[in-house]
Design a protein around this ligand. Structure first.
Ligand code: 1HE
Length: 267
């Protein structure tokens, strides 16, 4: 297993819990957690290492009142990047977000306040999103003279549909409350702390077998990119490996001897 060197991270605050859940906080509240290139590199580093470092689940949060304000517009303005420069910036965003989505470690985003632009691209790379009454989702790129570059054309279009994504970008439309849940922008709505709920979910997922979570948090996403025929084949191969792992046999034995919990309506 890899060891993650906590001292290397400046823009992310890493807080490993005893149960293998790591709280990863975008720690630039004074910039509303806008994503500068250093933060993206830290996300690449962390999510590259996490699957091999015994991280069982991640709660991804933002410091302060907002989850993330998207691309660091001031840095982008100051750097006056060339087209090729910015293409490479976007490729690093993709590296970070693909590591999240396809890495095999459950990522639960605790989304409060603004989840906008690249912040929504980040959140949509998580496997589960929790929101509350403060949370709002938008793609303000249209008004800023910009375009999404962190995977929204794939992930946000996938969540809300391309028609709604186009509307969000053309008009700056903001979604919040139940409507955001209905559009799959989040799976959980809570009153009060998104962190408490995200932690509860992360702890629950961390009780699953790591190889099972790996399959859930990588195979399903990969399969969306395949033909149905190839996805079914890949599913069989993944299930062949996962469903015969030794610790799964213990869980099956517990079911057989009736010591394992049953599925219940109110569970
Ligand atoms: C920032 C950023 C940022 C805030 N880059 N510095 N994203 C946007 O267009 C969202 C832009 N941000 C906002 O609309 C608002 O800041 C928020 C709704 C997120 C928060 O509002 P508020 O009133 O709490 O904060 P504020 O007063 O607007 O900002 C506080 C500080 O954060 C201020 O800096 P200060 O030095 O004047 O105190 C802001 O400049 C700074 N700040 N947001 C840099 N985004 C790969 S392509 C992705 C494309 C995109 O993501 S486009 C970006 C879309």
């Amino acid at each position: 297993t890899l060891k993650i060197d906590l001292t290397r991270f400046k823009n992310l605050a890493l807080d490993p819990q005893e149960d293998g859940v790591w709280i990863v906080t975008l720690d630039r509240a004074h910039k509303r957690n806008a994503l500068d290139i250093d933060t993206i590199e830290e996300l690449v580093d962390f999510f590259s290492a996490a699957p091999r470092a015994g991280v069982k689940a991640v709660v991804l949060a933002g410091a302060g009142d907002h989850f993330c304000a998207g691309l660091d517009l001031i840095e982008h303005h100051d750097q006056d990047r060339s087209p090729a420069d910015f293409m490479h910036v976007c490729l690093r965003w993709h590296e970070a977000f693909n590591k999240m989505e396809y890495g095999g470690v459950p990522v639960i985003a605790a989304c409060q306040g603004a989840v906008v632009g690249g912040g929504l691209e980040l959140a949509s790379s998580a496997h589960i999103r929790v929101m509350n009454e403060t949370t709002y989702f938008a793609l303000p790129e249209g008004q800023r003279g910009l375009f999404t570059g962190g995977g929204a054309t794939i992930r946000v279009a996938d969540l809300v549909g391309k028609d709604r994504m186009i509307d969000m970008m053309l008009t700056g439309r903001v979604y919040h409350g139940q409507e955001a849940i209905d559009l799959h922008l989040a799976q959980y709505m809570v009153e009060g702390s998104v962190m408490d709920k995200a932690l509860e979910i992360a702890r629950r997922t961390a009780e699953n077998l790591p190889l099972t979570n790996f399959a859930i948090c990588s195979a399903i996403s990969h399969m969306q990119n395949m033909s149905a025929l190839d996805a079914a084949y890949a599913e069989a191969v993944v299930a062949g490996v996962v469903n015969t792992q030794a610790p799964a046999r213990e869980r099956l034995a517990a079911f057989a001897d009736k010591s394992a919990a049953r599925v219940r309506k109110d569970a």
